[in-house]
Design a protein around this ligand. Sequence first.
Ligand code: ADP
Length: 396
Amino acid sequence: MAKVTLKNIYKVYKGGVKAVNDFNLDIPDKEFVVFVGPSGCGKSTTLRMIAGLEEITSGSLYIDDVLANDLEPKDRDISMVFQNYALYPNMTVYENMAFGLQSQKLPKEEIKKKVDQAAEILGIKDYYNRQPRELSGGQRQRVALGRAIVREPKVFLLDEPLSNLDAKLRVQMRSEITKLHQRLQTTFIYVTHDQTEAMTMGTKIVVMKDGFIKQVDTPTNLYMHPANIFVATFLGSPQMNLFNAKIVKDGKKYKILLEDGTENVVPLTTNKLLEITDDNFVDKDLILGIRPRDIHIVPNTEDGFKIKVEIVEKLGDENLIYTHLFGKKEYTIFVVDAKQEVKVDDELTIKFDEHNIYLFDKENEESLFKIPEYNYFTIDDINKYLDIEELSKKIY
Ligand code: ADP
């Protein structure tokens, strides 16, 4: 069991920097939680408060329902892996991995057994006698992971552990860490600024900005139901296109007017209309978001927006097309299959897939659509609520 609960946690550094504001989160046992957000948003500070390396200014931290604010790091039963590995340079790989267990005064044979087991999982047994400087970046990071594993902690904390590795190794280590999580069945809390790492590794993602949590959910739900413009544009590559928008009444129906142009119209489908939670949505200043994969080329004879192709970026299997729409100074980007021949200066008609539009209030940047309140549940929840009636009570 390793549950971590953060209640109304704040961190104010000396000099008044408010690094973390009212952070509330329940991390159930065996979860792989990722804190993601741009540099300086408070991810590391939060992780370091959980580790006990940084004092909590106010609020409560519980590890397995025990108040942990004042526990020494060594008494929290956690292990931390850092971006710069933090290995002892004068010790061998074996000594680095065994060090923590030796300070716990475990018998030699037991230490050997635990180190062997971890080294086996990570494939580093052949390097036992090498020093860190004789290893590649990826091998060093494996040793750092091994040192964390041997202690069999309740919670693993990982602070940007892959940032110093090259792109290929990062992808490989990403799947190794995911496998490690499945094998160890322990709670992982992982910090990264990289949305791909967050989306591919996390079972639950916490998106942060300026010390605040912007949204918490599974990768799929964050992508499908972003609660605000920040989350909508932070996740997804290329980033979601945004336009000024207004919903206007057209007889008995509604339509969406983009960038104040009477020709720039997207229909508001009945389904989307039903999703809107704001009673005063007509004529309000809104932002419409559309992902680059939800804009499609249609025959020139169809209704749609006429564009001229300005840039074609070839990615291999698909191409990114850049154009200027509705006189906006930012590019609008959309994605086409590489087999579809599109060249610079081509004149095309494009359409937004109206079933996949997003609408946000321009003022507070929150979604106009209902975000499922509890669209996240763990394996344990499912087991507990196998009774479908109980499960639906929890969801609806
Ligand atoms: P992240 O991990 O998301 O990049 P951090 O948690 O490191 O962000 O930092 C959050 C904010 O706190 C930043 O504004 C940073 O400058 C500030 N900060 C971090 N460490 C300290 C410190 N020791 N003293 C003062 N301010 C700090």
